[in-house]
Structures are given as C-alpha cells and as structure tokens.
Design a protein around this ligand. Structure first.
Ligand SMILES: Cc1cc2nc3c(=O)[nH]c(=O)nc-3n(C[C@H](O)[C@H](O)[C@H](O)COP(=O)(O)OP(=O)(O)OC[C@H]3O[C@@H](n4cnc5c(N)ncnc54)[C@H](O)[C@@H]3O)c2cc1C
Length: 427
C-alpha cells in the first residue's frame, strides 16, 4: 500500500543526540549548518526539530517572495533591544560574512540601491534550498512535524526534549522557535513558554514592522495605492522617541510602507503599555513649520490666482493636497491670494505634522517581526549560551532584538545562529 502524501516519513531512530535545535527557521537552519561545519570529523549528531509540516515557510514569503537576506551596512543602530546591546553579536558575524557564507552555499547575491541584498534569482526558494541542501550535505537531520512541547534538564547534565512524537536526549539544546509574527508559519510564541520554565525572563512582546489601520473618518482609502516620501515623528507621553524618513504607502485600511513599518514598534509598545502615543507625519521631509510657511507664502505670492490644491500640488501629490485642505476645513478651490493667515497656518501644520489617527496595528498576521523577547543580557554574547541554564542556547527572533526593514532581521538570525552553532559543536 502506498503511503498518503500527508503521512510523515518515519523519524529516524534518534533518541540520543549531541545537539538538538528546536525550530528550523532561518536562525535554526544557520545554527545547524554552522554546528555541522564546526564538528569536523567528530561524530556529533545534530538534529533540527520543527513543528511545521513544511520547513522554511517564512523564508519563502520573505521580502515579497525574494528574500532580502541581509543589508550591506549593518550596525547596532539598525536594531532595538530593551536590555543589552546586539553590538558584539553583530560584529562577530558582519554583513560581509553573511555574503561570503551565501557565496559558499552557492547563492549569488545582488545589491539594490538601498543597500538591501537579494539572491540574483529574485527567488526566496534559492535561499531555502541552499540552506536545506547544506544541512543534508553535512548530515544534519531535519525533522518536520516534531513540535517540541517541553525541555527538561536531565540528571546527566543535558536535556530531555519532549516532542509530539516522543522524546530524545540532547547534550545541548539550541532554542530557535522565533517570535509570534506570521503564526501560520509555525512561530506562535510557545518557545518563550518553554524557556520561561527553564528560568528565563521574557520582556513584553509586540508586533513590529507592522502596518496601521487608521480611523475610518480619515481619507486613506481615497488615496489607496499612492506612495510618497514622508518623515514620521513618534511622541510618547508628549516626548520625542523616534524620527525617520522614508516611503509611506496609503492602503484601503490605513498606512503601510517601509517608514511606517519601521516606526510601528514604537507605537505598538507604547500603546500596549497604555501610554499616549502620537505619530506625526511631515509630508515635506526635512522641512520645518517655519520654512514650510515661508515657502507657501512665496509660492502664493508668485501664483496668487492658483487654487490652493494646485499650489500644494507643486510639493505633494495633488490627491493628497486636496484631502489635506479638507482636513483643515479649507476649500481646495480657494485661490492662493484668498488664503488668510489662520488658514495658511492650518495648512502648514497639516503639511508638516499631521497626526495620523491610528485605530490599531494590523496584528501578528501582518507583522514581519516581534519586538521584545528573552533579554540579550541573559545570554553570553560570544556563544549565545544561556547565562541561566548552561547547555541551552537562544537565537533569532525569540530574543529581545528587532531590526528595521532591509534584511536586518535575517542578518540577526544568521549571526546568532553562527555563534550558537559553532559554540554548541565546540562544547
Ligand atoms: C512576511 C514576512 C517577510 C519578511 N521579510 C524579511 C526580509 O525580507 N528580510 C529580513 O531580514 N527579514 C524578513 N522577515 C523577518 C524574518 O523572516 C524573521 O526575522 C526570521 O525569519 C526569524 O528567524 P527565526 O529562525 O528566529 O524564526 P522563524 O523564522 O519564525 O522560525 C521559527 C521556527 O520555529 C518553529 N517552531 C516554533 N515553535 C516550535 C516548537 N514548539 N517546536 C518546534 N518548532 C517550533 C517554527 O515552525 C519555525 O519554523 C520577514 C518576516 C515576515 C513575516
């Protein structure tokens, strides 16, 4: 009788391994490969256990299906973390090391103008297949449909790893279960529950790199599909916490685009803590109120018969110009010469600091990454080994470190996987 396609292949008899890696996403696969390479001729048994039926679902959807594997300029300022700095970890495996590593895996990369690096094939599958192929070549076993339920320290000094099909003994355990973003790919946050039971702390977690839903009364739906350069400023309890420029995309339900995604973690964290948080949008990046007013006076003086809508359209998209006038209660058909001081002021305020009426973020299903997690200070930055539970390693998105958009989160996964894989094999 032929087995149905959904029937998993019987797991090899693995009841005792040297290194068990829990989670075969980007960080887990990297750890498996680096452990396999560092093992040399020693007969170390390395196994990756993953709850998902298909390995690498998140890698396949990443970067719009193209997988932005890293960025050519990676530094600690590209990341946010509550306790501890990612500096030393990033320095141990810089972006160039990632590029060399991918070259060694047979994945040629290309750099885009923004500094983002993608496989030349423009296909995330090229990246996933190279990682899986290398695991296979190194005899690193991957066990899909092996969801791990508990890690129990054993008397012998290692760990008993309980999974949905039984259990195994492991000398070392690398936790790479990700965060909560895009839970249908397998990362649902349960990994934190397991490490909590082993004595770790987990800082509060929030969706990051996530689009926003705006109040229904806002004009976003009328501009859906329009993208433009803006500057966003985030104020928490009235205090400035972040400012960044980039592309904003109007959507049917609110706003998205790189600058919105990058700023979102400041909003989600403050909002969850019950703090007042404001996102101000400057449609003239780099131009302050006074300068904007001066420019508007000049433009109006030069073209007094031009309607306000058309006048503003010299600096911002016309569709937006009209909506901004309406937000200010001004008829866009009013001519520049008819504009009084108060109306001009109102327009300038909307142009340079429109408060986005954010109703909510779009949640874990639309978040690319998780803010918060296991504090970095609870790991040894040279090895990613737990300072709480020797023999346990923590890597990837489950740690409290999130990068901005542009390949930084994968770089974090490769770097932490590199350190943990090599250290676990050497131990
Ligand atoms: C839509 C989208 C696009 C993205 N695009 C990019 C991009 O282009 N560039 C970039 O740098 N970053 C991108 N990211 C972020 C990046 O994908 C993640 O930061 C990265 O994949 C995290 O790797 P990880 O291995 O730590 O976690 P994950 O990739 O989430 O892997 C965790 C693995 O652990 C498994 N697992 C969870 N719990 C258990 C358990 N109990 N037992 C066994 N297995 C378990 C899961 O099934 C999963 O396979 C994107 C994310 C999303 C959602």
């Amino acid at each position: 009788m032929t087995a149905r396609p959904s029937t998993p292949a019987p797991a090899p008899a693995l009841d005792r391994v040297d290194i068990a890696i829990v989670g075969a996403g980007a960080a887990g696969l990297a750890a498996g490969i680096f452990a396999g390479e560092a093992r040399g001729n020693r007969p170390l048994r390395i196994v990756l256990l993953d709850g998902a039926k298909t390995i690498g679902a998140k890698i396949l959807v990443s970067g719009g299906g193209r997988c932005n594997v890293t960025h050519d300029g990676v530094g600690p300022r590209d990341f946010q973390s509550l306790c501890g700095s990612p500096h030393a970890i990033l320095a141990a495996f810089p972006a160039q090391a990632a590029q060399d590593w991918f070259a060694s895996l047979g994945v040629a990369l290309k750099r885009e103008e923004t500094g983002k690096l993608f496989p030349v094939t423009d296909k995330a599958r090229t990246v996933l297949e190279a990682l899986l192929h290398r695991c296979h070549a190194l005899d690193v076993t991957i066990l899909p449909q092996h969801r791990v339920t508990e890690i129990v320290p054993s008397d012998a000094g290692g760990f008993r790893v309980l999974h949905e099909r039984g259990s195994l003994e492991a000398g070392r355990v690398v936790m790479a279960t990700g965060g909560k973003s895009l839970p249908r790919t397998g990362s649902d946050g349960y990994g934190w529950e397991m490490v909590r039971r082993l004595g770790h702390r987990v800082t509060p977690t929030y969706p990051a790199l996530v689009p926003f839903v705006l109040d229904e009364a806002m004009f976003h739906a009328e501009l859906a599909g329009l993208s433009q350069q803006v500057e966003l400023t985030i104020l928490v309890e009235g205090k400035w916490v972040d400012r960044r420029s980039g592309s904003l995309l109007w959507t049917h339900v609110g706003v998205s685009g790189p600058v919105v995604m990058d700023a979102s973690r400041f909003w989600t964290s403050a909002h969850a803590e019950g703090k007042s948080v404001e996102v101000r949008c400057n449609f003239l990046p780099g131009v302050g109120m006074e300068e904007a007013e001066r420019q508007l006076i000049e433009l109006a003086a030069a073209r007094p018969r031009l309607t306000l809508g058309k006048l503003l359209a010299q600096r911002i998209p016309e569709r937006l110009a009209e909506r901004l006038c309406r937000v200010c209660g001004i008829e866009p058909g009013l001519t520049a010469g008819q504009l009084d001081r108060a109306s001009r002021r109102a327009v300038v305020l909307a142009l340079t600091g429109l408060v986005l009426p954010i109703a909510r973020d779009r949640g874990w299903n639309d978040a690319e990454v998780t803010a918060g997690g296991v504090p970095l200070e609870e790991t040894d930055f040279r090895t990613m080994e737990s300072r709480v539970r020797p023999g346990l390693y923590l890597i990837g998105e489950m740690l409290d470190c999130d990068g901005r958009i542009g390949g930084f989160n994968f770089q974090w996964a490769w770097a932490t996987g590199y350190l943990a894989g090599r250290a676990a094999a050497a131990a």
